[in-house]
Write a protein that binds this ligand. Structure first.
Ligand code: MEV
Length: 322
């Protein structure tokens, strides 16, 4: 049986989450150690139109048509059929697996959509462009995240570091000097939509106060871009700390995030912050070769469920550190 496979990486936001929803810039990089994978297998003996979806990670094994219309897997597959103006799919099985932590700020939902759309459109003989995959994934994200900025679908589809401003064309960012990040998972599941929705309510109640925080974050992102492009990576640490303080002002940190961020700093990280929607999920810490292992061990001792060390570099995003 011919099989069509595609994968998509996870992501971390280095700077600018939440403020990016309100038009400020943000910087994100792919994380290739964790990936979503979709395999589409033709089933020529089945009746035309029959599509079977298997996602063992979430215990799903079902005909596509039995899924609710608003299910993200249904949306990803139907989005491709509609884009290609096809009324009926050739019979096939779609199998989805992922090693990206769910509801942890690492873009698992967007990566699953990207992988499905790539594998399924290739199976249909009409592979979609990166721009269309990103745009269709954004539509799926909108259903589940309310008001996403578009940064997740962009960085995951293009699988390269991006400087992102909502509604503007993707800007690649130059990283002349690689640097290492440790990613610590609090193990607390935190859907992005809830954190983003809470920030929206708070912004509506105090627009001036929240706009001032978004502005401060936007300035941090600009300074971080300059430091990155000049190769002054040590300067990123204090900027991460400042960005984290502003995210605390937005109310999206949590006791578990505070514990891991504090532990990473105490273990010698050059800077640390929550990454993504917050309230749980992941934090990131900037490390050098002297501090990396100590920070990893300290995070594990401080309750991190999983720790990933990643080298951020140009091009192609990140790769295993050791
Ligand atoms: C989620 O990865 C980042 C947020 O800024 C939401 C978004 O940009 O859509 C919290």
């Amino acid at each position: 049986m011919p099989a069509f496979t595609a994968t998509a990486p996870g992501k971390i936001i280095l700077f600018g989450e939440h403020a990016v929803v309100y038009g400020r810039p943000a910087i994100a990089v792919p994380v290739s150690q964790v990936r979503a994978r979709a395999v589409v297998i033709a089933e020529p003996r089945w009746p035309a139109g029959k599509v079977w979806v298997q996602a063992p990670d979430i215990g799903l094994n079902s005909p596509l048509d039995d899924l609710p219309d608003n299910h993200p897997l249904y949306q990803a597959i139907h989005g491709v059929l509609m884009e290609l103006r096809l009324e009926r799919s050739p019979a096939c099985r779609v199998r989805i697996t992922s090693t990206i932590p769910v509801a942890a700020g690492m873009g698992s939902g967007a990566a699953v959509s990207v992988a499905i759309m790539r594998a399924y459109s290739a199976f249909l003989g009409r592979p979609l462009s990166a721009e269309r995959v990103s745009a269709l994934t954004y539509e799926v994200e909108k259903l589940h995240h309310g008001t996403p900025s578009g940064i997740d679908n962009t960085v995951i589809t293009h699988a390269r570091p991006v400087y992102f401003v909502r509604g503007q064309p993707i800007q690649a960012i130059q990283l002349p000097v690689p640097f290492s990040m440790v990613i610590g998972d609090t193990g607390v599941s935190s859907p992005t939509a809830i954190a983003v929705g809470d920030v929206r309510c708070a912004w509506q109640a105090d627009p001036a106060g929240y706009e001032a925080v978004f502005d401060a974050i936007g300035e941090i992102v600009q300074a971080a871009r300059q430091a990155l492009e000049r190769g002054e990576t040590a300067a990123l640490g204090p900027l991460m700390d400042e960005n984290h303080d502003q995210l605390c002002r937005l109310g999206v940190s949590s006791p578990e995030l505070e514990r891991l961020v504090g532990a990473a700093r105490a273990a010698g990280a050059l800077g640390a912050k929550l990454s993504g929607g917050g309230r749980g999920g992941n934090m990131i810490a900037l490390v050098d070769s002297d501090t990396a292992e100590g920070v990893v061990q300290t995070l594990l001792q401080s309750g991190a469920r999983q720790v990933i060390t990643t080298l951020v570099r140009q091009p192609g995003g990140t790769e295993p550190y050791a």
